[in-house]
Design a protein around this ligand. Structure first.
Ligand code: M6R
Length: 604
């Protein structure tokens, strides 16, 4: 849940560490710190707050900025409240350490250290790593062996980077938390993900679980989980620096909404030909015979990814005739799910690191269930754990509130439905061709609704409660619209199936609780949604209608382009995301990094 970065080379490390930390702030932003090593001295500066606070502190300090080796960290607190003391790096006289993850057995290790009169000074689990390293160095081990001995004792999830005052190399370890190595001439970069390093290199090694690595300028040595020296093939990532930055927009969120047409286009373009044939053979290694005979699909995900699954459920069922269950990861992992005979398990995750999605995936695998994942971040844990992975090609999603991941995930789910139906001998070429037209419809929707959503956000941003209603395929969109609003505007918002309103939530309606009604003009759902609007009006509630068909019952109307019912989610979600964005903007909130949230939730 934190971001780590490191550099070993011939350039000054400080600027590289700070710009890397700024790119990684979406992973955590309650404290930040760096350690720089020069000669036999390590200097550390850390603080509660954001990377900008750290930069101010560094500017006021007299730290030696000529160091060419260093590590940095941006934190999202798990063990120990956000504070300067609990901020990383954690250090002793001999070492300095940054860590992402949780050391589950830190209490036992603390006991072990206490018996040797070694005590923690912070409330963090991470400090234990520094203390163990220091202990073994004091016993005469060299840094590499001290690191191996320390890592051997750790249980839990970790990506670790450590430096020692007496050795000029850096040690890394990875287990269930991401860690990438960026390669270049005479220098090596490390980070939690590639977005922090893309301005320096496009060649990356993705460490695997159990790997330990030693980096020394341009030299990288890796040992696998059996401590055998191993070679890992570098992967080329062609994301541009520009892609990983705001590209002229005020916030990543707005940039990412504006990129949704491109994200969906990239996701479908190479997989559907102009005749409407869907090509997923290369990505899905699960046998076609098995896919043809599926009797159930179980989708597991969290948050927005869960809503993408819910949205696609009726589409998959309609076109493949296969029953689909959509389950929340954090519940599923403690639930004795009854798989059917020919069951496919699908994990959906933007980050590919969400613990509550990863664990059910592991459970499904351990039961011999075939697994497929839909993931955005290449080589992430969920992508690598599953039997097959179809990547959404949305590019980096930096804003904590997920937007382009949602529409790209939908695109993959639709393609998958068409692909399976195709295997079963159905002709869904017309539908697949229709999907090819969706990116330009998304673009039209963005252009058509941006000003209107901004105008309405200005009108409504002071309200404290919102209701979002939808029917059929628009119901999960109501859930996602409400999630977006609460995440970034901190306004209480509830998504509900419109027909269920009279069974309870109608009690909330008064002039202070506006309702956003998401209604495709397809009958009879549209008329029924309008009846619900009448019920709201007669209780003095204000209504914003998102539709292609106007109604004189409502107070405000956001008109979206015409789209067939089955494809409506790609279009109707855009104004809901924009509305949440502008409401948060008018409220003056930190849109890309909303309070209490982290982009990638790698802990339970
Ligand atoms: O990376 P994932 O798709 O697995 O993340 C799942 C949720 O944590 C995520 O969608 C979260 O709900 C977002 N903040 C929603 O905007």
């Amino acid at each position: 849940m934190c971001g780590i970065v490191g550099y070993s080379g011939e350039k000054k490390a400080l600027g590289i560490l700070l710009s890397g930390l700024q790119s990684l702030e979406y992973r955590g932003y309650d404290s930040a710190g760096i350690s720089l090593k020069k000669g036999k001295k390590i200097e550390t500066i850390k603080t509660k707050g954001k990377v900008t606070d750290l930069i101010t502190l560094i500017a006021e300090s007299n730290i030696d900025t000529s160091a060419t080796i260093g590590i940095g960290h941006t934190r999202w607190a798990t063990h120990g409240a956000p504070s300067s003391t609990n901020a990383h790096p954690h250090y002793t006289e001999r070492v300095s350490v940054v860590h992402n993850g949780i050391i589950e057995n830190y209490r036992n290790l603390e006991k072990f250290l206490k018996e040797k009169n070694i005590n923690r000074r912070t409330d963090t689990d991470t400090e234990i790593i520094a203390l163990l390293l220091d202990l073994y160095l004091s016993e005469g081990f060299d840094f590499k062996n001290a690191f191996f001995k320390t890592v051997e004792m750790l249980k839990g999830s970790f990506a670790i980077a450590a430096i020692s005052k007496d050795f000029d190399y850096m040690m890394l370890a990875k287990h269930e938390s991401p860690l990438v190595i960026g390669l270049s001439n005479n220098e090596t970069y490390i980070a939690s993900d590639v977005s922090a390093l893309i301005e320096y290199t496009h060649d990356f090694i993705f460490l695997e679980d159990g790997d330990i690595a030693l980096i020394d300028k341009g030299n990288v040595t890796i040992w696998d989980k059996d401590k055998k020296e191993t070679k890992r093939q570098p992967t080329q990532i062609d994301w541009s620096k520009e892609k990983a930055q705001k590209g002229g927009y005020k916030h990543f969120m707005l940039k990412e909404i504006a990129e949704e047409d491109e994200a969906v286009r990239n996701t479908i373009q190479s997989r559907i030909d102009e005749d409407g044939n869907v090509f997923l053979d290369e990505e899905i290694s699960i046998s076609k015979e098995f896919l043809k005979n599926l009797d159930r699909i179980t989708i597991v995900a969290c948050g927005t990814s869960f809503y993408a699954g819910l949205t696609a459920k009726p589409i998959i069922e309609k076109y493949t005739g296969i029953k689909v269950d959509v389950e929340i990861g954090s519940e599923f992992r403690y639930y004795n799910y009854l798989y059917s005979k020919n069951n496919l398990f699908i994990a959906i995750s933007q980050s590919g690191e969400t613990a509550d999605t990863k664990e059910p995936l592991k459970m499904a695998k351990s039961k011999g269930i075939k697994t497929l994942s839909i993931v955005n971040v290449k080589e992430s844990a969920i992508a690598r754990l599953s039997d097959s992975c179809i990547y959404t090609l949305a590019g980096p999603e930096i804003s904590v509130a997920s937007t382009k991941a949602f529409t790209s995930q939908l695109a993959v789910l639709y393609m998958l439905a068409f692909y399976i139906a195709q295997l079963k001998g159905k002709d869904l070429k017309p539908q697949a061709k229709q999907l090819l037209k969706i990116p330009s419809l998304i673009k039209q929707t963005f252009d058509k609704t941006q000003d209107k959503t901004k105008e309405l956000a200005d009108k409504y941003y002071n309200y404290q409660d919102f209701l979002y209603l939808g029917r059929g395929i628009c119901y999960p969109l109501a859930l996602e619209g409400a999630l977006k609003l609460k995440e970034i505007s901190y306004i209480h918002a509830e998504g509900y199936p419109a027909g269920e309103m009279k069974h309870g939530p109608i009690a909330l309606i008064d002039e202070n609780t506006p309702t956003v009604v998401v209604a495709h003009p397809e009958e009879p759902l549209y008329s029924k949604s309008l009846s619900n609007c009448e019920e709201i009006k007669s209780r003095h509630g204000k209504i914003i209608l998102v539709s292609n068909k106007q109604s004189d019952i409502v107070d405000d109307f956001i008109e979206v382009p015409k789209v067939d019912y089955d494809f409506a989610p790609f279009v109707y979600i855009i104004p809901l995301q924009l509305f949440a964005y502008y409401v948060a903007l008018f409220r003056g909130n930190d849109i890309d990094q909303p309070r209490n949230l982290a982009k990638s939730v790698t802990v339970e």
